[in-house]
Design a protein around this ligand. Structure first.
Ligand SMILES: Cc1cc2nc3c(=O)[nH]c(=O)nc-3n(C[C@H](O)[C@H](O)[C@H](O)COP(=O)(O)OP(=O)(O)OC[C@H]3O[C@@H](n4cnc5c(N)ncnc54)[C@H](O)[C@@H]3O)c2cc1C
Length: 78
């Protein structure tokens, strides 16, 4: 409760917005977001190796890939 912290500066904004790396995009069917390596496994968002500059591109990728994956999964025969 009584800890004191000295502010030495701000974080390096511009470098930490998105994880660089993840599942290789050439291993994924972008029409369904299904793995080409492991059928039945779907990906979306930051787990994929998609690295957009700031400005909403990463958000858009997460929302769009999530929607595509969700639609594809909903059409699977259970
Ligand atoms: C500081 C910062 C600023 C950013 N600014 C921008 C920006 O301006 N524009 C932009 O486009 N992008 C920005 N991003 C990137 C963007 O926020 C991410 O790319 C995006 O939110 C990733 O979405 P996601 O759904 O893939 O993952 P996440 O949003 O990380 O969602 C993953 C979810 O899974 C949950 N989870 C984890 N493990 C488990 C488990 N075992 N069981 C159940 N749930 C689990 C987590 O709690 C989390 O809710 C920023 C990121 C950071 C860190």
């Amino acid at each position: 409760m009584r800890d004191k912290y000295i502010i030495s500066g701000k974080g390096p904004f511009g470098e930490e917005f998105v994880t660089s790396g993840g599942v290789k995009i050439n291993e994924v069917n972008f029409k369904s977001m299904e793995s080409l390596i492991c059928p039945g496994l779907f990906f979306s968002g930051e787990v994929l190796d998609v690295d957009g500059i700031t400005g909403g591109f990463n958000f858009q990728h997460c929302w769009t890939s999530g929607w595509i994956a969700g639609m594809a999964v909903s059409k699977l025969n259970h």
